[in-house]
Write a protein that binds this ligand. Sequence first.
Ligand SMILES: Cc1cc2nc3c(=O)[nH]c(=O)nc-3n(C[C@H](O)[C@H](O)[C@H](O)COP(=O)(O)OP(=O)(O)OC[C@H]3O[C@@H](n4cnc5c(N)ncnc54)[C@H](O)[C@@H]3O)c2cc1C
Length: 422
Amino acid sequence: MDSAIPAPRAETYDAIMVGGGFYGCAIAGYLARRGWRVALLEREAELMTRASFVNQARLHNGYHYPRSFRTASRSRVNLDPFRRVFPEAVFDKFRALYAIARHGSKISPAHFERFGQVVGMPMRPASKEDAALFDSRLIERVYEVEEPAFDASILRQHHIAELDQLGVEVLTQHQVESIQPLADEDTASRLKVSTGSGVQLIADWVFNCTYADLNHVYGEHGGHEKVIDRFGLVHQIAEVALFEPPPELASRGVTVMDGPFFSAMPFPALGLHSLTHVRYTHHAKWNEDGELPFGLTERCPTALLHRYLETGGGKLARSRFAWMVRDAARYLPALSGVPLADTLIDVKTLAVGTQVDDARPILMHRDDRMGRLVSVMGGKVDNIFDIFEFIEQTLGLGVAPHTIGAAAHRTSAPAPLEALGE
Ligand SMILES: Cc1cc2nc3c(=O)[nH]c(=O)nc-3n(C[C@H](O)[C@H](O)[C@H](O)COP(=O)(O)OP(=O)(O)OC[C@H]3O[C@@H](n4cnc5c(N)ncnc54)[C@H](O)[C@@H]3O)c2cc1C
């Protein structure tokens, strides 16, 4: 093994996390706090560089989901615990504005207001000054709402410090290539995890937290793909374009609802704003087992993304920022002519069936044949608070305390669990 790649200190663990995004880190911390010996294997050189960094940084408070009452209301319930557990990562030094387009929107102002009342979301008409930023020929109503952003680099620092303090063994640059039962026919068997770097570890439990690559931790060569439950996923190559906000937008975040519109949100981790546009952000979309885009052949979404960028001259060459700005500036003239500062591209993954109502459930699943393999895919970061009860039940650890970190607690009855693929 390359001497620069961290080597494990032990061969056996109570639990192994595959994937060091927000979910893998948070679950690792949760189990370590119970006294479990935990190792976390991450393919990249650093934790939280993928979807957990490449996103809109919206700390959802429900407004975004007028077509899914459940997602909206869970977002509201989870916001306070998020604030309590990660206070330093919550960024709310800006005014959040939601605007309803006059044409082509799936929602009217009356509907949005009613929905806000039912879910209990605070909203008020935007000030004259804020409303004047929009072209009133295209925007019917503007609301000021309470929806912060999160700083992904502070979340990363939080996890690094916490995992270190809790003694979690974090092994970056280790790509898991197979997960196998130690005793082939036994669904309760402990599991053997092998990496491309030649490491083999054994664990009582393995958590697959690999998001876009959820169906690919077994590798193209592992031979286990056919015997492990696979998930119906939809992938999108998603571009989060970054720009230096003009003065009018510096302390504002704008979302135009609900259709082929855009968001211009603070991106606190880099001190910039992000621009995403429903029509242009997604360069491609495909189903896990469906036809692959651009004639590419890589089934693993991350491999496909890399090939897409290689063959297209890199991420900046691929940027659709100019199209996003051209359209968005019609609604919000302050965006006119803003230059691209940088762009982030990654795979965004959704569970099949959620496109219709735009819901963002958490996918939690225990494998049929390897009963100690648990897969988790969070549709958004605050969903983390919906998972610990499932983990408690799965592991038979007793009553769920509903906490990560000392201060968090649930503020309503636990939601029914989402278990896809069962
Ligand atoms: C464009 C976009 C916009 C979004 N906007 C928002 C938003 O505004 N608000 C919100 O709450 N959520 C948003 N989300 C969703 C949110 O980002 C995800 O729900 C969350 O980051 C998922 O965390 P994760 O840990 O499961 O995934 P990730 O952060 O992707 O972590 C998975 C990790 O697994 C590693 N990995 C994969 N395969 C292997 C392997 N074989 N071996 C070892 N390691 C492996 C990867 O390198 C990666 O680090 C957005 C997502 C995208 C892509």
